[in-house]
Design a protein around this ligand. Structure first.
Ligand code: GDP
Ligand code: MG
Length: 401
């Protein structure tokens, strides 16, 4: 996986001009790599990054990342997440670089009722880390989380400090925390950390913001470690197990593809639609398919819910709070499409003004609306053409993917 992603990124950096085409190709490549290796990806994740709860054994997890990336916040979220699963976590503040670092951890930990360790006086991060880990081992905590300091920039001193803390505390797992907005810089950053400590997992924070988190792919490539969680807010419970499909969908601007497929499977068993499957994977989004999808959507019940998951259908066609109007619009579109079929030719490419006029008259609508419907078709066809080559899972394969 790391290999295919690196290759895709490499191809992009070799291109002389990064235009939309190059970018799309790269993203498609990455999507394919991610989807194809998703199973393997999960296995790797389970092996490398799922701290196993073994009686009597304490796991030490060290967090690294630049200042502001979200380490301290994420440490607490991680502790809280495991606490709910029956672990006995504890937090150690080994950030002696930033003033107020201990107070911040203390506040977070107190809120989550998680024991913490730190000092206002001690300036040696290695000493505190070791003391903290030893203290909590004695108290029979089974998950000791070590928060470390960051710097604004990548500096030799930071990496040396990380190396020392790691050597002294012997963590079972080192997690690299990155801000979703750092983009391509993630590669160098992650690589620099990887060179001083053995990073085994990545957490991407601030996914609630505008950034799509594409840099995470670079971090994955640089550290050869999977993303395990994402942060989706400042609060303790705004923390989710990483799921590759919604992540990639968001990256490509496709809505929640997997949620959509699940819903489709519920309403329209895919084995009854081999033709649709075939056409979609060929990237062949016809007017007929749009019509059938409209039909399915109307069948699917709480329409707004489904719409928000459908690639490309959400924002423009179906603004929030205007579901009734949108539903009426879809029905109108369908009437015009019926008229198109009745008129004997449903190929949108063979459209001209007199044909549009006949369709308008046939469906009792204005020619402007026919044009609008065709525009909508073009927009959707463009989005759905990105699905070309995408493996569409059969029912029952969804969870395995
Ligand atoms: P550190 O310097 O790496 O320890 O970063 P902090 O944990 O102090 O986080 C820096 C800022 O980012 C704080 O204001 C956090 O509240 C904020 N932050 C961290 N994670 C998230 C997240 O997932 N979403 C949002 N919106 N803010 C976050
Ligand atoms: Mg911090």
């Amino acid at each position: 996986l790391g290999g295919s992603i690196s290759r895709a990124l490499q191809q992009m950096s070799n291109a002389t001009v990064i235009d939309e085409k190059v970018l799309n190709e790269c993203l498609n490549e990455i999507t394919r790599a991610l989807l194809q290796s998703d199973v393997q990806f999960k296995l790797v994740r389970d092996m490398q990054t799922n701290i196993k709860k073994i009686k009597g054994k304490t796991s030490v997890v060290m967090f690294v990342g630049l200042q502001g990336s979200g380490k301290t916040t994420t440490c607490t979220k991680y502790a809280y997440y495991h606490q709910k699963k029956g672990w006995k976590p504890a937090l150690v503040c080994a950030d002696t670089f930033r003033a107020g670092a201990f107070d911040q951890l203390k506040q977070n930990a107190t809120k989550a009722k998680i024991p913490f360790y730190g000092s206002y006086m001690e300036s040696d991060p290695v000493k505190i880390a070791v003391e903290g880990v030893e203290t909590f081992k004695k108290e029979n905590c089974d998950l000791i989380i070590v928060d470390t300091s960051g710097r604004h920039k990548q500096e030799a001193a930071l990496f040396e400090e990380m190396r020392q803390v790691s050597e002294a505390t012997k963590p079972d797992l080192v997690i690299f925390v990155m801000d979703s907005s750092i983009g391509q810089a993630a590669f160098d950053q992650a690589q620099a950390f990887k060179q001083s400590v053995s990073v085994g997992a990545v957490i991407v924070t601030k996914m609630d913001g505008h950034a799509k988190g594409g840099g995470a792919l670079s971090a994955v490539a640089a550290t050869k470690s999977p993303v395990i969680f994402i942060g989706t807010g400042e609060h303790m419970d705004e923390f989710e197990v990483f799921d590759v499909k919604p992540f990639v969908s968001r990256l490509l601007g496709m809505g929640d593809w997997s949620g959509f497929m699940d819903k489709i499977h519920e309403v329209v068993p895919m084995d009854q639609q081999p033709e649709l499957l075939q056409k979609l994977s060929e990237g062949n989004f016809t007017l007929r398919i749009m019509y059938e999808q409209f039909q399915n959507i109307l069948k699917m019940g709480p329409i707004s819910q489904v719409f928000s998951m459908l690639p490309g259908f959400s924002a423009e066609l179906m603004p929030k709070g205007r579901e009734k109007e949108s539903q009426a619009k879809i029905k109108r579109y369908m009437t015009m499409m019926d008229s198109m079929t009745n008129e004997g030719n449903s190929n949108p490419k063979l459209m001209n003004e007199s044909r549009m006029m006949r369709i308008a008259i046939g469906s009792g609508r204005h020619i402007r609306e026919v044009m609008e419907m065709l525009e909508e078709y073009k927009r959707l066809a463009k989005i759905w053409s990105k699905m070309k080559g995408l493996k569409i899972p059969k029912k029952g394969e969804m969870s395995a993917l």
